[in-house]
Design a protein around this ligand. Sequence first.
Ligand code: THU
Length: 139
Amino acid sequence: MAVSQTQMTQLIDAARAARERAYAPYSKFAVGAALLDEQGRVHAGCNIENAAYPQGQCAEASALAHLVLAGGMRVLAAVVVGVADGPVTPCGGCRQKLREFAHDDDMPVWCADLREVRGRYTLGELLPASFGPAHLPSP
Ligand code: THU
């Protein structure tokens, strides 16, 4: 499904704004994410850490929670914003979480910092030969 440059720019802006809200007192590594749903809506989220370290939540998971709560069914595009030497790509677990709602393997996943887009990927590049709902027997 075609996603416009304007929509990608909206996602970048939303992910940067979400990153400002990150709760990351332990790693000090703020991340924002934004997702485009099938209705053209943008859902954003930030990472939320916890003193019990494994209970922390990634920005992508926060954004997915907002998408699902709003009634979104599909993710058409994703942007992750973080500041590092290279592109801040989604962690392995988040790649799988995004895959659950992705429209297809061609879904764009862009990684940006505060200045520019550092990496442009597809979900299929980040998570090839992935496991998904179709692998499960139908109920
Ligand atoms: N983080 C994310 O929010 N998304 C990712 O895909 C990579 C990592 C967060 C988790 C943790 O709060 C911090 O970045 C450092 O790992």
